[in-house]
Ligand binder design. Structure first.
Ligand SMILES: [Fe+2]
Length: 228
């Protein structure tokens, strides 16, 4: 996740005269996609990828940074109501940044291994937990299709129990809101902005096709890091 520090100078005038205070607020910037916008076609159009990345993800980051700077000010002033008021903006926009940062890495062009089934220990645990990869895909697609409104469907690893689970979150809630031990292996964005330009209202078709560009290699790397 790209991170940069913006240093801003604040001028304060106190009873003893003029002084300056230097403050650092960590802010975030849009991560590059690891492939071209059109590289996931025909599963996901280049137009969708470009708007999704440059407009939607960027907006979450812009609003997250703004909320973090407001939070810094509110904490500095000891303004408890303002701190509380910012929590929903931080959850929504911070979640949007976290979720999309995972989502881009969860996808890969077919020529770079997108859609290739999981191998090694993750492949085995998928069979153990779900019976087969096909059964897992069907279950995730069913959960994603049934999710009301906007949200995400996840293949989660419970790193304490060493088990896989399918979870859904609403809006931009990140997976960690469903449990502190849950780590996202795969996340599918089921907001309309992720598919509507190409699939219109037929979310199940988008869910069916996204597996053709799923980056199981990334999921396996995360799994092996958490369950060595
Ligand atoms: Fe999205």
């Amino acid at each position: 996740m790209a991170l940069r520090t913006v240093m801003t100078k604040r001028t304060l005038t106190g009873v003893l005269g003029f002084r300056q205070q230097l403050r650092g607020v960590q802010t975030f910037s849009l991560p590059d996609l690891p492939y071209d916008y059109g590289a996931l076609e025909p599963a996901i159009s280049g137009e969708i990828m470009q708007i999704h990345h440059q407009k939607h993800h960027q907006t979450y980051i812009t609003n997250y940074n703004k909320a973090l700077e407001q939070l810094h000010d509110a904490i500095t002033k000891g303004d408890a109501p303002a701190v509380a008021k910012l929590q929903s903006a931080i959850k929504f926009n911070g979640g949007g940044h976290i979720n999309h940062s995972v989502f881009w890495k969860n996808l890969a062009p077919i020529r770079e291994g997108g859609g290739e089934p999981p191998k090694g220990s993750l492949g085995s645990v998928v069979d153990t937990n779900f019976g087969s990869l096909e059964a897992l895909i069907q279950k995730m697609n069913a959960e994603g299709a049934a999710l009301q409104g906007s949200g995400w469907v996840w293949l989660a690893l419970d790193k304490e129990l060493k088990r896989l689970a399918i979870e859904t979150t609403s809006n931009q809630d990140p997976l960690v809101t469903k449990g502190p031990n849950l780590v996202p292996l795969l996340g599918i964005d089921v907001w309309e902005h992720a598919y509507y330009l190409q699939y219109k209202n037929v979310r199940p078709d988008y869910l069916k096709n996204i597996w053709k560009v799923m980056n199981w290699k990334y999921a396996a790397e995360v799994y092996e890091k958490e369950c060595p």
